[in-house]
Write a protein that binds this ligand. Structure first.
Ligand code: GLY
Length: 463
């Protein structure tokens, strides 16, 4: 946990933003994997962590914005629990660590909420994303559990987003620690990327690093020579020379701050000329976009800038044609880069996504595009100092998409379909870094992970 004062300060700030009503934060419970007592690895709810810091299942927090009182609800362990889990701190002791002096057993939560409902007080809660939380909310609020997401408080969501978007110094330090772990994961994957090695071997090895050094991975590892599948979670291939391996992987620290890095490595450690041609395009989109990042610039403009680099370089290679600006306005480049340039990162790898992507990255003035490609951009607003973002351009050769567009004659003035066949073995290339927006510009977080052709080849040649 961070120091107690930090949680007190955060709740104080939330109180100022919300003014009236109650906020109900339901912490996560244990979730069964294949039978009740065999549970998934426990992950606390990120908002509960942010305001209360307690990293254990079965807690709830209530902030009363009118009285200014905060209370934590949870059950002390009894002798049966102690036999299986060992002695545990009391709810009172735990709550003092985040500056809350008022505690009660979980059964009292129902009484508190019932009382507030009877007085017609506003009960704010954040959108639930787990079945268990929906059930608890439904039961407490006397609502249909399936409806609880739509009943969540927009005011509370927006207030929390405004706070969590701007990272504190201690949070940046944690993200840097998560990047130290990602460095080891990626350098290890590069060194293992040799013909005859199973993807599963590399996947398991780097997942082990994330578990050995921190709280495990920040999302399921994407690692495959079939990098044209953007989120490829199958690791069944055996590496062969001539393929490129995409590794999109990050770690969580023990306090649950994330890193998210992607590197693409030629199997055997040496780029062919063709691999290099496409790799350098993605690298230029990554490095030029990072260089341009500063407060006030919008993530949408940066995304479009990266798309233009990709389109113009693909035109130079003969894979695209026509006017680059027109091609990007029309969305033709999305054949090669169908995803957004990046997303916020913090306690969640896609930070605060549970609170509503459109509240995080869009507003009344900036609306989400419905154009294929641009529609997947998670954040379109201007950057502010304290934001942490990923910058992750890519270039993919997706056979099914190419076939579909070709058959439809889509963007035939911008795409040289006949030239694409020769590039299909590339699969996909993505290069991703994590950056902090500073007062004057940006800082690339973490120790540099090899990414130029020379650096990647040098690491791969080491054993
Ligand atoms: N790095 C995986 C993702 O951003 O979805």
């Amino acid at each position: 946990m961070f120091k107690c004062e930090l949680y007190i300060k955060r709740r104080e700030e939330l109180r100022k933003k919300m003014k009236t009503g109650l906020a109900l934060f339901i912490g996560n419970t244990e979730a069964p994997l294949n039978y009740p007592a065999n549970t998934y690895h426990f992950r606390q709810d990120s908002d509960f962590l942010y305001f209360f810091g307690l990293d254990l299942p079965g807690f709830a927090g209530v902030m009363d914005f009118d009285s200014g009182e905060d209370r934590i609800f949870g059950n002390d362990t009894d002798i049966d629990d102690i036999i299986w889990m060992g002695p545990q701190p009391t709810v009172k002791d735990l709550s003092l660590k985040c500056g809350v002096t008022d505690t009660a057993p979980l059964t009292k939560l129902e009484v508190t909420i019932k009382d507030a409902l009877s007085k017609k007080r506003k009960i704010h809660f954040l959108p639930p994303y787990r079945g268990e939380t929906k059930m608890i909310l439904g039961s407490l609020l006397k609502e249909n559990s399936c409806q609880t997401k739509t009943l969540a408080s927009v005011d509370l969501s927006k207030a929390v987003i405004s706070m969590r978007s701007i990272k504190e110094k201690v949070e940046i330090d944690e993200i840097e620690k998560a990047l130290d772990i990602a460095y080891e994961m990626h350098v290890t994957a590069m060194k293992m990327c040799k013909p005859g090695v199973k993807e599963q071997d590399i996947f398991g090895t780097i997942e082990g690093i994330a578990l050995a050094k921190g709280g495990g991975t920040s999302f399921p590892i994407i690692l495959s020579v079939s990098g044209q599948t953007l989120h490829n979670h199958a690791h069944g291939n055996i590496l062969k020379k001539g393929r490129m391996m995409v590794t999109d992987a990050g770690a969580e620290t023990n306090l649950h701050y994330a890193s998210d890095i992607t590197r693409t490595t030629p199997v055997g450690g040496k780029f062919s000329q063709q691999q290099k041609d496409i790799y350098e395009i993605v690298l230029k989109a990554n490095t030029d976009a990072i260089k341009a990042t500063r407060p006030g610039l919008s993530n949408r403009d940066l995304h479009l800038m990266a798309c233009k680099i990709i389109a113009s370089e693909l035109k130079a290679l003969g894979l695209m044609k026509g006017d680059v600006d027109e091609a990007v306005v029309a969305g033709a480049h999305a054949l090669f880069m169908p995803h957004g340039l990046g997303h916020m990162m913090g306690l969640d790898v896609h930070d605060m996504e549970a609170l509503g992507e459109n509240f995080i990255g869009y507003n009344d003035e900036v609306k989400r595009s419905d154009q294929f490609g641009l529609a997947f951009l998670r954040f379109a607003l201007p950057y502010k100092p304290g934001h942490v973002f990923t910058v992750e351009p890519g270039c993919y050769f997706i056979p099914e998409l190419i076939e579909k567009w070709k058959a439809e004659g889509k963007f035939k003035d911008f795409i040289n379909y006949s030239k694409l066949k020769a590039y299909m073995s590339i699969g996909g290339i993505r290069i991703e870094d994590d950056i902090l927006i500073t007062e004057k510009g940006h800082k690339v977080l973490g120790k540099p992970i090899p990414k130029t052709v020379k650096e990647v080849e040098a690491v791969c040649s080491r054993h």
